[in-house]
Design a protein around this ligand. Structure first.
Ligand SMILES: [Zn+2]
Length: 179
């Protein structure tokens, strides 16, 4: 099967039979340098739709400490339940359901597999990013500090003009005072 763009599976398709997807797609919005690849199976369950499988990709992340980019391979098991929303769900329990990582089935009956995987990978991405035990720590040393100095010099150069303008203003004020 060949998919173009986002992978969407309708509940009607699932009623006929479970859908097995060989997923391979570059997901927009992810810091991925490789397409997300894997096997996903969607099937009807008693409360909605069950999505299981395994996907992997390679993310390009930036270390929180040294700010260097690094690559992290991601492989994660997908095990999601999409439940039919009840009237109550639509109202008071919606936030609660989200907290429990239970997704509601979309009203149009089209399950956006791409979005599901995007969210799963985003959730699995660590909030504290570290390039690893080899991390050199906060940016410092010759290259880092000289870069900063250059930037600083440029800034102070830019500031010279206003200072001269200020001096001129002071002079003119002095002259006014004299007058
Ligand atoms: Zn680092």
């Amino acid at each position: 099967m060949c998919y173009l763009g986002r992978v969407k599976i309708s509940i009607d398709e699932l009623k006929a039979q479970s859908q097995h997807i060989e997923f391979k797609e570059t997901i927009e919005g992810l810091e991925a340098v490789k397409p997300v690849v894997g096997d996903i199976t969607l099937s009807l369950s008693s409360y909605g739709v069950k999505v299981v499988g395994r996907v992997q990709t390679l993310l390009k992340l930036h270390c929180d400490r040294c700010l260097r980019p690094y690559f992290q391979s991601m492989a994660l098991d997908i095990d999601e339940q999409l439940v039919y929303p009840s009237e109550e769900d639509m109202q008071r329990d919606r936030e609660l359901l989200k907290d429990d990582f239970v997704e509601l089935l979309p009203a149009d009956g089209l399950i956006d597999v791409t979005d599901l995987l995007y969210q799963a990978i985003t959730l699995a991405t660590p909030s504290h990013l570290s390039c690893g035990s080899e991390c050199p720590g906060l940016p410092s040393g010759a290259s880092g500090s000289s870069g900063k100095t250059l930037a600083g010099d440029k800034k102070s150069q830019d500031l010279i003009d206003p200072r001269w303008k200020n001096l001129k203003t002071i002079f003119s004020n002095d002259e006014k005072d004299k007058n």
